[in-house]
Write a protein that binds this ligand. Structure first.
Ligand code: NAD
Ligand code: UGA
Length: 436
């Protein structure tokens, strides 16, 4: 099938590439012409495991191309996916200006002779956005254009996006017409995964409800971790014990510094805002958000309690990306920690295997020194903070680390090291919800 993807960011580029891998012909569009030039030159603007080789392979066989123009791309495409940003406004509502602009651009490009098109929203949007997109296209398009709107929310995780796209737990297709439903089922035909067929509103709601529920699990275990800290219990064992119940499951019960990234923080906010607007405040989610907002502050308080004063203390931070296996630092808790440490006058060095280039514009003005080598980053540090769950840090050479640090003190905000191993090398080890 011929497909167009509008927006070639983390979702659009990986989704488009995986559709090409599945055998479709895909044009990935972006209005950031610099990004399109980069992609056309054979480079990949983001770090995502397995993506680069798949892009190269599919470009080489002619199934994947890049374009700056919606109008030039959609004429031949049976299906047009929208994967543009839906960032939060300051009041927590969703900024839908990107979606609305794309809807107008599609409308202006559509011609009756192009035939029937299915326009699919893949961005995360508030329930009932599909109706607005449909009205907007009808309003701005000429007469006799034929189209349907579908909601097909995306559940990929950064860092394992390719695997998530090619082997999803489920595919949700929200369509209000059988014709549109059948077209999108054909797009996904090569994928072996259960398909849930819904109406458009339900599909949109599924996405916000799913992300909010995952965020809830994280905040729940982080709240439990605090109880563990006060009582000497071990949150890892508690999570294991809870998670062995299939109804709960162990997934997303890793205590830590809280959730970051471009989605959970904004999507929880959005769902709170949507329900408030509907007159049914979802106060449970307000607590989820509160727990997350205060989680890293509680961690910082513990570091301060240990060092008494942070001013002039050299603190090394391992990990800047919001999670492992990505260079994405949007809403990264690691950056929030760096900002607060600098704010108290600490001398901060930081490192990350992939996210130095994305973090630099934010950290350089704060005075954080970025160091490529993780051990050099920790040299002479009084405390090492682990802020991202990279496997490099989980597998660190502890003898080497002990040799470079001034004090052997680690604050592990992601519980990736073993207290027993650290004790054996003479480290003082603090983590989240586990006995020292
Ligand atoms: P992103 O910022 O990485 O990419 C969006 C792209 O859209 C950018 O390259 C931008 O230049 C482009 N764009 C903006 N306006 C455009 C226009 N008018 N025409 C063409 N291109 C335009 O964002 P993302 O992380 O890919 O997220 C996109 C959507 O998918 C959001 O709604 C997000 O909530 C949702 N989502 C994201 C993830 C994730 O892991 N990042 C997962 C599931 C869903
Ligand atoms: C998340 C969802 O997992 C995806 O299903 C969804 O498609 C995506 O949001 C989205 O809508 O954008 P992502 O943000 O890429 O994916 O990464 P996650 O693996 O979910 O991690 C999010 C944050 O939660 C990270 O900061 C991570 O460190 C934290 N986390 C995750 C925990 O603190 N504990 C856990 O047990 C799991």
């Amino acid at each position: 099938m011929n497909l167009t993807i509008i927006g070639s960011g983390y979702v659009g580029l990986t989704t488009g590439t995986c559709f090409a891998e599945m055998g479709h012909h895909v044009i990935c569009v972006d209005n950031n012409t610099e990004k399109i030039r980069t992609l056309q030159s054979g480079a990949i603007p983001i770090y995502e495991p397995k993506l680069e080789e798949l892009v190269k392979k599919n470009v080489a066989v002619g199934r994947l191309e890049f374009s700056p123009s919606i109008a030039a791309s959609i004429a031949e495409s049976e299906v047009i996916f929208i994967a543009v940003p839906t960032p939060p406004n300051t009041d927590g509502s969703v900024d839908l200006t990107y979606i609305e602009k794309v809807a107008r651009e599609i409308a202006q490009a559509l011609q009756p002779e192009m035939g029937y098109k299915v326009i699919v929203d893949k961005s995360t949007v508030p329930v009932k956005t599909g109706e607005k997109v449909s009205q907007t296209i009808k309003h701005y398009a000429g007469p006799n254009v034929q189209f349907d709107i579908v909601s097909n929310p995306e559940f990929l995780r950064e860092g394992c996006a390719v695997d998530d796209l090619l082997h999803p737990d489920r595919i949700v297709i929200g369509a209000n017409s059988e014709q549109a439903m059948n077209v999108i089922k054909r797009v996904y035909q090569p994928i072996h995964a259960p398909i849930l067929e819904t109406d458009v509103n339900s599909a949109e709601l599924i996405k916000h409800a799913a992300n909010s529920f995952l965020a809830l699990k994280i905040s729940y275990i982080n709240a439990v971790a605090k109880v563990c800290e006060k009582t000497g219990a071990d949150v890892e064992l508690v999570a294991e014990g809870i998670g062995m119940d299939k109804r709960i499951s162990r997934h997303f019960l890793n205590a830590g510094l809280g959730y970051g990234g471009s989605c959970f923080p904004k999507d929880v906010k959005a769902f709170i805002n949507i329900s408030r607007t509907l007159g049914i405040p979802f106060t449970l989610l307000e607590e989820v958000e509160h727990i997350n907002d205060t989680q890293h502050i509680h961690f910082l308080d513990r570091i301060r309690d240990r060092l008494w004063v942070l001013k002039d203390k050299k603190i090394a931070v391992w990990g800047l990306a919001f999670k492992q296996n990505t260079d994405d630092v949007r809403e990264s808790i690691a950056l929030k920690l760096c900002e607060k440490l600098c704010g108290e006058g600490a001398i901060v060095t930081a490192t990350d295997p992939k996210a130095m280039h994305t973090a630099a514009p934010i950290l350089n003005p704060m005075g954080v020194k970025l160091v490529e080598d993780m051990y050099e980053c920790a040299r002479d540090a009084e405390v090492l903070v682990i802020a991202t769950e990279w496997s490099e840090y989980a597998n660190a050479d502890l003898q080497k680390l002990a040799g470079v640090m001034r004090n052997r003190i680690i604050f592990d905000g992601r519980n990736i090291l073993s207290p027993a191993n650290l004790r054996a090398v003479g480290f003082e080890y603090h983590s989240v919800g586990r006995p020292s």
